[in-house]
Structure formats: structure tokens, C-alpha cells
Design a protein around this ligand. Structure first.
Ligand code: PLP
Length: 377
């Protein structure tokens, strides 16, 4: 037995390598990766431009912390803000993971407002660190650690009445995913988002939008906030931001950033040069290959093609989709696995998730469609 702690239920094969939308097991079986390495491989596995940028940077400087000024770190921050033009965020702090990005956003809101409570939503998922966990609705991973350092009010999602009935004046921040992924690709109405923004703004409460799954192009826009016309105090990114190099980012509006002082945030590895090189290359690939447009187009195609005998409806946007199944999703997941296609489960037993590279090929789309439609034949 390996010394590695056994905390994950992994695929039943050993993975050896990957290229674009395909991963290959140690015994040579190729699978189409609709799971996207856990919603990470935005540009596909081992995109040559990203790999080349990482190699070139590794030859130049493998690491230096933020104790040293590095032009690549500043260029990465500028490129990211430019990519998100119109989303209302202007300054960036780099860290190493999604949970850390959320932790930083929540901490800065607690400090800026002087309040001692946060709010979150039923079905939300924000990470495994204690502050992120306190805002997460997943009893099996949350219950053993309660009560938390910072109390969290959990509100129903997509319920305008509940927003109107909540007094936000003692709440430092509300944290929310644009599309609740883990709990089953759940979305809210535009009117709900507008009400949430108006209520939090009126109370001086920060709105933190967790775009760790939805950000950068996956939903067919450079961010879901932009698609919804909502400008937050803070936005968090991780997952595909550097095509698989560990990274997280907390982005702040100009007014939120003005409350942050030197020493308020820190991270040894955050903003390391390898992750920065991968981030810049990732943004270049997204632009050069029109991946945002491609995500929107592929998503629309699947929404039109997949409903039928096995799939009741397709939820979500772009390349963050939920297949609502008539029967429990596990049997469709197995059917697809047997045809060498990897898809994700969710907290809803009737929703399977697709979160592939935005570069997923037309052949893969056709193969998935025919494998699912086979079930109606
Ligand atoms: N927020 C969302 C929406 C997530 O899906 C995840 C991870 O799945 C996280 C935060 C936490 O990210 P990480 O695992 O990088 O800490």
C-alpha cells in the first residue's frame, strides 16, 4: 500500500498522460475528458503554448516570492484585468488555490467593514479551509468542524423574498457562485442577481463572486459576472486560470482595493513565476483560439442535441453544463465510462456535470451525443 492518504474516490485506472481533450491510462486506454481534470484544463491537456511558456520560464527563474519585484507577475496581473474588462475588478492578489482566494476575499471584507458575520447560500461550495468551509453547504465535510470562527448566515438560493427579508447591515460579505456547480449546476434569475447586488450595496456589504469554476471563458463570457451585469467588490478565480499550474487569484474593485494595506495579505508561493507564465499563456490561447466564443457555441449545440430518452434537460452555460437525467445519473455515467468518456457527478444524484477543456473537439461532441442518444434507440 502506498503512503499516500486515501482521501479521494479516484477513477479506476492509473493515468499516464493527456493531450487536449484526451487522457490516456498507463495501459494505453484513451478517454475523452469531459471532466476537464476537475474543471481545470481550460486550454486542454498540455497545450503546447502553455507548456512552452512554463519551460522557458523554468529555465530563467523557477521561483522567487513577492519579496522580489518580478515583471512577469505585474504583466500577468495586467493581462488578467484586461481579460476581465468591464467586470468591475481592477487589482489582483495571487495565491495558490480557490479556497485561499475565497479566504482572502472574506478576510478583507471582515477587515474593511469591521463586521463579524458573513452570508452564503444553500447549495454553495467555496473550499475546504475553515472560513471557506463555513460558507459551504455540504454537511459531510462541514459538520465535523462547526462551530466556526466567523458565523455564516445561509440563505436560500434564487429566492428574492429571502433577500428582501434579510438585514445585511451586520454582514461583512455575501459569497456566491454564479452557477452552483457542485450542488448540481443551479442558476438564479437575473432579477435575483440584481436584487442581491442592490441589497448588499445599500448595506455596505461586500459581494464576493466565486468564479473559480465559471471564470475566464468557461460560460461563454470572460466572466459570469459580466454576463449577468453584476459588479462585485471581489471576484475569485483558480482552477483553469493557469491551465493546471496551481494558482488562485482574488480580484478587487478599486474601492475594495483601497481598503487593503501592505501586509494585509501574503503567500509564499502566490504569484510565483511559473504560474504567472502559465497564466499569461493561458489568456493568450483563450484569445488566439476564440475559446470564449467556442465555449458558447459548443454549449448551445449540446443543449440542443442531448435532451431525449436519457437526458431530460441540459443546465448551465457554455462549457459548465449539467445533464439532468431521468434515471439516477450513475447509470448514464457508467454508460459513458464504458464508452471511454469521463463525466463528473454532482451533489444532485440526477445531475451529471460536463466541464471539459474549451478546446473540446467537434468529434468528441459528436461521440458524446451519439452515446447518449443510443439510449433512446
Ligand atoms: N469554489 C468553487 C466554486 C469550487 O468549485 C472549488 C473547488 O472545487 C473551490 C472554491 C475550492 O478550490 P480549491 O480546491 O482550489 O481550493
Amino acid at each position: 500500500m502506498s503512503a499516500l492518504l486515501d482521501t479521494y474516490a479516484a477513477w479506476p485506472f492509473e493515468l499516464d498522460h493527456g493531450r487536449n481533450d484526451v487522457v490516456v491510462s498507463a495501459d494505453g486506454v484513451a478517454y475523452t475528458d469531459w471532466y476537464g481534470g476537475h474543471c481545470v484544463t481550460l486550454t486542454g491537456h498540455c497545450h503546447p503554448h502553455v507548456v512552452g511558456a512554463i519551460k522557458a520560464q523554468a529555465d530563467k527563474l523557477l521561483f522567487y516570492s513577492a519579496a522580489a519585484k518580478l515583471s512577469i507577475r505585474e504583466r500577468a496581473a495586467d493581462a488578467l484585468i484586461a481579460h476581465l474588462a468591464g467586470a468591475g475588478v481592477e487589482r489582483v492578489f495571487f495565491c495558490n488555490s480557490g479556497a485561499e482566494a475565497n479566504e482572502n476575499a472574506l478576510k478583507m471584507a471582515l477587515k474593511a467593514t469591521g463586521r463579524k458575520r458573513i452570508a452564503c447560500f444553500e447549495g454553495g461550495w467555496h473550499g475546504r479551509t475553515l472560513l471557506a468551509l463555513s460558507a459551504t453547504d455540504d454537511p459531510k465535510i462541514v459538520a465535523p468542524f462547526a462551530p466556526f470562527l466567523v458565523p455564516a448566515t445561509q440563505l436560500p438560493f434564487n429566492d428574492i423574498g429571502a433577500l428582501l427579508a434579510t438585514n445585511f447591515s451586520d454582514i461583512a460579505a455575501v459569497i456566491v457562485e454564479p452557477i452552483q456547480s457542485m450542488s448540481g449546476i443551479r442558476t438564479a434569475s437575473s432579477a435575483w442577481w440584481q436584487t442581491l447586488r442592490a441589497r448588499t450595496a445599500a448595506a455596505g456589504t461586500w459581494l464576493i463572486i466565486d468564479e473559480i469554476q465559471t471564470g475566464l471563458g468557461r460560460v461563454g463570457a470572460s466572466s459570469a459576472s459580466l454576463l449577468m451585469g453584476i459588479k462585485p467588490e471581489a471576484m475569485t478565480l483558480a482552477k483553469g486560470l493557469a491551465s493546471g499550474m496551481p494558482i488562485g487569484a482574488t480580484l478587487f474593485s478599486a474601492s475594495a482595493a483601497s481598503t487593503i494595506r501592505q501586509g494585509d495579505l501574503g503567500s509564499t508561493f502566490g504569484g510565483g513565476p511559473l504560474a504567472m507564465a502559465a497564466l499569461i499563456a493561458t489568456l493568450e490561447v483563450i484569445a488566439d483560439e476564440d475559446l470564449i466564443e467556442r465555449a458558447a457555441r459548443t454549449g448551445a449545440l449540446l443543449k440542443a442535441q442531448l435532451p431525449g430518452a436519457a437526458v431530460a434537460s441540459v443546465l448551465g452555460e457554455g462549457m459548465l453544463l449539467g445533464l439532468r437525467t431521468h434515471e439516477p445519473g450513475a447509470s448514464l455515467k457508467k454508460h459513458l465510462y464504458d464508452r471511454r468518456m469521463l463525466v463528473g457527478a454532482s451533489g444532485d444524484p440526477h445531475v451529471l456535470r460536463l466541464m471539459p477543456p474549451l478546446t473540446i473537439s467537434d468529434d468528441a461532441v459528436a461521440a458524446l451525443t451519439s452515446a447518449i442518444n443510443e439510449l433512446g434507440a
